[in-house]
Every structure is written in structure tokens, then in C-alpha cells.
Ligand binder design. Structure first.
Ligand code: TXA
Ligand code: MG
Length: 359
């Protein structure tokens, strides 16, 4: 049974967290909020509990989990051969949305790391997550709590939607909306120079200044093309995907972008297809003043173009909403790949299965 406990995101009451930590200790699953997205957690050192995460999500066994620690000291329990620079970096960046790939401690079962000799570790900046790890007395291995292939959960309702028909014993700590809305930045620090495996709220600009060196950004980290499975095991799977077809429009020039969204929409409407638009507030206003004929269409507001953090927070809910409006295709507005925009474009491009119109 899925048991839901509401907790305050900032001052969680100890009772619910204690019940949830008992689940972790006995090898069961807890869905919990982090500052990025909700995770589906198990005791890192319990191989069977980790296997339950894969089973519940329908996750391929070679796609490793992220180990969540409540303090910097705990890093030494799950990773080995940690260079001085990494200690300096975690001292400055944790708790926060930065996941580092490091050599795995033999104490971490291979089941947690998809058979790899490396482990992904981060310390989440969310009071509920930190308290849960502390009360459980063990680092918690957790991927995003969505069913494999679905958009990551940024609200407890998304988890209920994904698991309501399952017969699984788990606790869901409902603390409302997560803060950033896109998953953590992942950097492989076993490579020199370090490689960005997934852009996230900890931006590339911030990473470069934190590391004091260049960071390699492979094409797949921009959401363009498939990843090399040896480097980034999880990135080869279709991710964040709504069930409805999705198309992204990307332009350097904003006027051209608005016009192309309009023209593309009209093309699909003329083919007899039902279209929904995933666009920013600014673009919705422009479209409705310039082109009255498409103001009738379902519009899913992504947030403000002028404040891409609002887009990040809404992104996965918008992708889920696309499946609720009952159309044949969603046409989404691309944004600039700066700051958190890189993470947003990575998720959007992958969600579209790389269906991109450039202008
Ligand atoms: O913000 C987040 O990172 C959230 C919250 C719950 O912490 N977690 C999350 O996990 O998004 P998820 O579902 O994306 O899975 C972990 C990702 C996968 O893409 C996986 O391939 C990568 O981390 N990963 C884990 N261990 C790795 C390793 N040893 N080497 C390379 N990539 C790894
Ligand atoms: Mg995930």
C-alpha cells in the first residue's frame, strides 16, 4: 500500500520522518522530496532494498542510482580515492543539487550502482531529505521517483499518478512542490578534465568557477543525441517523455521564434491535427495579440521567459499536463541555453525524442 504523510517542507515534524526512516531501516521504500525532484529511496547498503527500487520503477538494472548523504563526512562511507579538490568542492557546494561520480566504496553493493565501480553521490538541500537520511542512519540510494521513462515527479500527486495501480508497500512524504523542478547536475570527476553528464540547477557557469577549470560538455549533455552508455548509463534511455508527441521550436531570434511557433501550429492544424502549445507567458501574450486564430488552442504555460527558474519548476508538470489535454501533438518553445536554460533544453529535447525545428 502507498501511505502518504504530509510534512512541512521547512520544519518537518519528526513523527512522519521517524515512520519513514523505519521503512528505510527495514529495507522498504520511501518516496521523499529533495530540492530538485522527488526521489524513491532505499538503504544504500542493503542490496535487496536497492533492487526493490528498480522493480518498483521498472528501471533497467544497468541504470545506477544516486546515493544521498546527509553530511560531507558521510561521503567517505560510499566513495574512495577522493581527491582533495573534490573535498573542497563538496565543502562549498553541498548540500545542493550537484551529484559527483566517484570510485565506489566496496561497502556499496553493486546492485545500487548498476554493476559499476563508480558511484554517484550528492547531499540534497531539502530539510525533509536531510532529516530522513539522518533518522535512517544510512545514506539513501534514490533515483527520481517517477516510473521509468515518465517525467520526474515535482509534486506528490505525480507519484500517486504513477504508482496508484501498484501493489507496493511504500511511504510517500508529501512536502508539496520541489524547489528547482529539474534533477541535479551530474559531473564525472573520475575524468580529467571533469565531464558534465547532466546539466541541472547547479549551472555550468557556476561549475566552471567552482572547479577553476574547464568542464567538458558532451553533445548528449545538451540533450542532442544519444549518450555513450559507458560514460552515462542512464542517458541512453528515452527520458521525461510525455505520451503525446512533442516538438520543440528553437530560434536565436525571438520574433522568428514566435512566428515559427505560429506557422508550425497552423501547418499541423491544416493537417487536421489537434495541437497544444507549451509556451512562456510572454510568448502566449504575443501570440494572442498577433494571431487571434490560435488563441483558442490549449495553452500550457511553462513560466516566464524572463525568469527561466519558473520554467524549471513547472517543466515536468507541464509535460504531464500535455497528456491531459487530449491533443495529437504539443509544440514547445525553446529557450536560451544559459544558466538553468541548459538543463531545461536538455530535458525538453530528450522529452521530444529529439524532434526539433530550428529557425
Ligand atoms: O536531483 C536528482 O538527481 C534526483 C534526486 C532524487 O536526487 N535523482 C535523480 O536520479 O534524478 P535519476 O533518476 O536521474 O538517476 C540517476 C542518474 C542516472 O541518469 C544515472 O545514469 C546517473 O545518475 N548515474 C548514477 N550513477 C552513475 C555512475 N556511476 N556513472 C554515471 N552516471 C551515473
Ligand atoms: Mg530519473
Amino acid at each position: 500500500m502507498l501511505r502518504v504523510y504530509r510534512v512541512d517542507p521547512i520544519n518537518p515534524s519528526p513523527e512522519a520522518i521517524r515512520i519513514a526512516s523505519d521503512y528505510i531501516k527495514r529495507g522498504d521504500l520511501v518516496a521523499f522530496p529533495t530540492e530538485t525532484v522527488y526521489g524513491l529511496g532505499a538503504d544504500t547498503f542493503n542490496a535487496n532494498a536497492c533492487l526493490k527500487v528498480f522493480k518498483a520503477k521498472g528501471r533497467p538494472p544497468d541504470n545506477p542510482l544516486i546515493v544521498h548523504v546527509s553530511s560531507i563526512d558521510e561521503l567517505g562511507k560510499v566513495a574512495i580515492d577522493i581527491p582533495d579538490i573534490v573535498w573542497q568542492i563538496v565543502n562549498r557546494a553541498w548540500p545542493g543539487p550537484l551529484t559527483l561520480i566517484l570510485p565506489r566504496s566496496p561497502d556499496v553493493p553493486k546492485e545500487a550502482t548498476g554493476g559499476r565501480n563508480t558511484v554517484a553521490v550528492r547531499s540534497p538541500a531539502h530539510p525533509v531529505a536531510l532529516m530522513l537520511i539522518k533518522y535512517s542512519g544510512t545514506p539513501i540510494a534514490a533515483p527520481s521517483a517517477n516510473k521509468s521513462g515518465r517525467p520526474s515527479p515535482t509534486l506528490a500527486e505525480h507519484i500517486i499518478e504513477d504508482y496508484k495501480n501498484d501493489n507496493i508497500d511504500m511511504i510517500l512524504l508529501d512536502a508539496g512542490s520541489t524547489f528547482f523542478g529539474v534533477e541535479s547536475t551530474i559531473v564525472d570527476v573520475t575524468r580529467n578534465p571533469p565531464v558534465l553528464l547532466r546539466p541541472g540547477p547547479f549551472t555550468l557557469e557556476e561549475l566552471r568557477s567552482l572547479f577553476g577549470m574547464d568542464i567538458v560538455v558532451p553533445e548528449f549533455a545538451r540533450g542532442l543525441g544519444e549518450a555513450d552508455a559507458a560514460l552515462a548509463p542512464g542517458m541512453k534511455y528515452r527520458h521525461y517523455a510525455p505520451r503525446t508527441r512533442l516538438l520543440i521550436v528553437e530560434c536565436g531570434d525571438y520574433d522568428m521564434l514566435v512566428k515559427t511557433i505560429h506557422d508550425t501550429t497552423v501547418d499541423y492544424l491544416n493537417k487536421g491535427m489537434r495541437v497544444a502549445l507549451l509556451i512562456t507567458k510572454e510568448t502566449a501574450e504575443l501570440l494572442s495579440t498577433r494571431y487571434t486564430e490560435i488563441s483558442e488552442l490549449p495553452i500550457i504555460l511553462l513560466g516566464y521567459r524572463g525568469n527561466p527558474y519558473t520554467i524549471a519548476t513547472n517543466l515536468f508538470d507541464s509535460l504531464r499536463n500535455l497528456d491531459r489535454v487530449n491533443v495529437d501533438i504539443g509544440i514547445a518553445e525553446g529557450i536560451e541555453e544559459r544558466g538553468i536554460g541548459l538543463a531545461i533544453m536538455n530535458r525538453l529535447r530528450k522529452a521530444s525524442g529529439f524532434s526539433i525545428i530550428k529557425c
